[in-house]
Design a protein around this ligand. Structure first.
Ligand code: KE4
Length: 425
């Protein structure tokens, strides 16, 4: 597999863009390879500028649950384009989106569309602070909630690989109200609430962590957060940017039966176009301008092209609820292949269409165990898969995503390669 054209483009890109990319994880920084510059994608396949066709398990970090360039989504986007790209005025599709979001995620009685997951989280935090009149936010080490200043504290995702879990350029004043607990460690949460009994506006959590690799909530952990936040008059925010519409049609809150006060969405909600959303209990969301005093705005929020893609994607997921059974079956097949071939040498976390392989025995249930895994082995595994035409996350601290477009043959090809690799560990 030549990557000559990618190499040339990367050199040019590095001259004019930080790291040659528009988002750090794309730079392949932690796996020591040249990032593949992509020319096109269709279904479960992605094709780079050197013509290498690969089976894609990044799926654009989550939006691609239906696979790339689904004909129905493309058709709606093309139709929308002919009607103009943006108006800066309300449209019918935004009403349809808000109504469909409320139908699929009933806790999101009132919602607002924005243009990214970061914007959704930043705005939800502001609404929580505005509603409660409190300043502190509690997050979990290794969870990633986008790059807004107050949340770049012990963040996950690429912040872990670029060793800036506490980013430069963020004044201490901006993060003094950010408390950090340990995922799955109830005592660490209780201690922070006991020390700040009346000051915590909200707890924000990835209901399934997917930015330190995939780490599942221990049984009862989400229920514990729900009860404790109620006890202290704090809000519970589920960051469902990854799990939303992926773990179930109603997201992790449907899957686990734990209902937050606010939810943030991204990725799938836009069907591949730039859309984020935040929403929740009506009394909270009525705080948001122009109903209330919490200001938040956006030129391209609810953009007609983006909502065309998002609406068609959500509509297709609603029409075909069997998709979630298919996604679970495919992904569990991959996970079981690895467990069978590698035995105790690796830890595999899998739920629905999300999974991670950690090269460490004994299981991974939190940040320390994730970062303690053998990262150089991950790099070797990444290179092996890439050289054999399988495109997986270029970082241990991301997820492997499966889409409805992943064919049985491609899943089998993936399993065969994984078995070969894991058996020689
Ligand atoms: P965006 O601003 O990237 O749309 O969403 C931020 C965000 C918020 N919450 C969660 C749980 C997220 O996973 C993300 C973004 N996810 C990363 C992948 N781990 C996006 C990939 C990237 O940064 O390029």
């Amino acid at each position: 597999m030549s990557d000559l054209k990618s190499k040339e483009l990367f050199e040019a890109a590095k001259k004019r863009m930080p790291g040659g990319v528009n988002s750090p994880v794309r730079a392949f920084g932690s796996v020591g390879r040249t990032p593949r510059f992509i020319a096109s994608a269709k279904g479960d396949r992605i094709i780079d500028v050197d013509g290498n066709e690969m089976i894609d398990y990044v799926c654009s970090w989550g939006p691609g649950i239906l696979g790339h360039a689904h004909p129905r989504v493309i058709e709606k986007v093309k139709e929308a384009c002919d009607q103009g790209l943006t108006y800066g005025a309300p449209t019918k599709r935004e009403v349809q989106m808000a109504e469909l979001i409320a139908e699929l995620v009933p806790s999101m009685e009132v919602s607002r569309l924005v243009s990214s997951g970061t914007e959704a989280v930043m705005s939800a935090i502001r609404a929580a602070r505005g509603f409660t009149g409190k300043d502190k936010i509690l997050k979990f080490k290794g969870c990633y909630h986008g790059h807004s200043d107050g949340l770049l504290v012990k963040a996950g995702s690429a912040a872990l690989t670029t060793s800036v879990p506490d980013s430069a350029g963020v004044p201490a004043d901006y993060t003094k109200n950010t408390l950090v607990a340990i995922y799955n460690d109830q005592d660490s949460v209780k201690e922070l609430f006991a020390a700040n009994p009346q000051e915590i506006a909200a707890v924000i959590v990835e209901p399934v962590a997917a930015n330190m690799g995939v780490v599942l909530p221990d049984a009862g952990f989400l229920e514990f957060l729900r009860d404790l936040t109620k006890q202290y008059g704090a809000l519970l925010i589920f960051d469902e940017v990854i799990t939303g519409f992926r773990l179930a049609l109603g997201g992790a809150q449907e899957y686990f039966g734990v209902i937050p006060d606010l939810t943030t969405l991204g990725k799938i909600v836009g069907g591949g176009m730039p859309v984020g959303a935040y929403g929740g209990r009506e009394e909270i969301m009525r705080m948001v301008s122009p109903d209330g005093p919490v200001y938040q705005a956006g030129t391209l929020s609810g953009n007609p092209i983006a909502t065309a893609a998002g609406l068609e994607t959500l509509t297709m997921l609603k029409e075909d609820k069997e998709i979630y059974g298919r996604l679970e079956e495919k992904t569990a097949r991959i996970a079981q292949t690895v467990r069978k071939a590698a035995g105790e040498k690796v830890s595999v976390n899998q739920i629905g269409s999300l999974m991670s392989i950690f090269f460490t025995p004994g299981g991974v249930t939190n940040y320390e165990e994730a970062v303690g895994s053998d990262l150089s082995r991950y790099t070797d595994y990444f290179g092996y898969m890439l050289d054999h035409g399988i495109y997986i996350a270029p970082s241990q601290f991301e997820a492997l995503f499966v889409s409805d477009a992943h064919t049985g043959d491609d899943i089998q090809k993936t399993c065969d390669l994984l078995q070969q690799y894991m058996e020689q560990l």
